[in-house]
Write a protein that binds this ligand. Structure first.
Ligand code: MRU
Length: 348
């Protein structure tokens, strides 16, 4: 059972995902700045895992506070939240978790709690966010598993597994695990997901641990395997879902969705409601992270591209809602028109 982020009395313990699959090393992050660096530098990645980590980061920030005045604590927490909020722009779970922790602080302050009680309350809420995330993935696995037919091969892109969430299930890999738990025979095709290789490094590693059959392909092979009839469904995760159902996910997801439509293959998105941003009307408003061009020009220290070449390194793209067969959440399965079905999920 993989749980990539853990709270301990010493700090936040994180599995260093940069080193997988060749090394399994845990880092102890003792300050909120360490947690912010961990998110920014991809020790932890994947939208729900980033959200859980940020919540623990806020709790750590409160724990580090040594003053005696609640107003000073409030100023300090505003700063902590600002630092955490500047780490990665696309995954809305980061901002969702920070906002929830801020609301928890304000409620505790309004109730006249002492500083040590507020610290306890914030830590408890971070732990609740973590537990609720795992529970959401369990429900996503159950609902999503039902959509996958027996004897299917499922193609997935990036890593939307236990590593990318609070742990245990994952979103897209949760759906696959759910189908397997329901007694179905499932195999997986994992896109390598260049340039950061989350498919090759993380999805392959996770599925091998669970003994779920997985075949690794390069991103450019996905059209070929679909045309060959090797793929019965595509399931991916998401970093942010706009109110109209447009889905931001790892770069290359849009290409996979177009190919799935071309070949009549269902294209499912699995994500908790903490990934749905009703304040974002369409995918056009979702900020797309651009990362260091070295991820493209180099593999570790080996240079692949000519010195000085102009490079774009978009980390995410947006799949328009009309290419999406269904969005699987912890509240059930949303289908088009998503403006209504997603909003309804929040009212249930
Ligand atoms: O850059 P990453 O590795 O954080 O990107 C991760 C993804 O794009 C995942 O598919 C997404 O966060 C969903 S994780 C359940």
């Amino acid at each position: 059972m993989i749980i990539p982020v853990k709270w301990t009395d010493e700090g936040v313990n994180m599995l260093d995902q940069r080193l997988l699959p060749t090394e399994e090393k845990w880092l102890m992050l003792k300050t909120y700045n360490d947690v912010a660096a961990g998110i920014r530098d991809m020790v932890v990645r994947g939208a729900p895992a980033i959200g859980v980590s940020a919540a623990y980061g806020v709790a750590l920030g409160a724990k580090q506070f040594v003053g005696t005045n609640v107003v000073d604590l409030e100023d300090e927490l505003d700063y902590v939240c600002e630092v955490l909020g500047k780490t990665r722009p696309t995954a809305v779970n980061l901002f969702w978790a920070i906002d929830r922790m801020k609301r928890t602080f304000h409620k505790a302050k309004a109730e006249g709690r002492s500083i040590s009680e507020i610290k306890q309350t914030l830590l408890q809420d971070a732990k609740d966010i973590h537990e609720e995330d795992i529970e959401s993935q369990r429900l996503i696995a159950q609902f999503g598993g039902e959509l996958i037919e027996d004897n299917s091969t499922v193609l997935t892109h990036c890593n939307a597994g236990a590593l990318a969430t609070g742990g245990v299930w994952g979103t897209a890999l949760g759906v696959i695990r759910g189908a397997v738990n329901q007694g179905k025979t499932i195999s997986v095709i994992a896109d390598e997901t260049r340039p950061y290789m989350q498919g090759a490094r993380l999805t392959a590693w996770e599925l091998l641990q669970d003994q779920i059959p997985v075949r690794l392909i390069t991103d450019s092979m996905s059209g070929h395997v679909m045309k060959n009839g090797d793929v019965q469904a595509v399931v991916v995760g998401s970093d942010r879902i706009a109110a109209n159902g447009d889905v931001a996910n790892k770069i290359g997801t849009y290409m996979v969705a177009v190919l799935a439509r071309r070949h009549g293959i269902p294209f499912y998105v699995a994500a908790p409601l903490s990934t749905v941003d009703l304040n974002c009307p369409t995918g056009d408003q979702i900020p797309i992270e651009e990362r260091d061009i070295r991820e493209i020009t180099h593999v570790k220290d080996i240079q692949l591209a000519p010195e000085g070449i102009d490079v774009s390194n978009y980390a995410f793209d947006v799949t328009p809602n009309d290419l999406i067969t269904a969005i699987i959440t912890e509240k059930g399965v949303a289908r088009a028109p998503y403006v209504e079905s997603l909003k309804n999920m929040f009212n249930e």
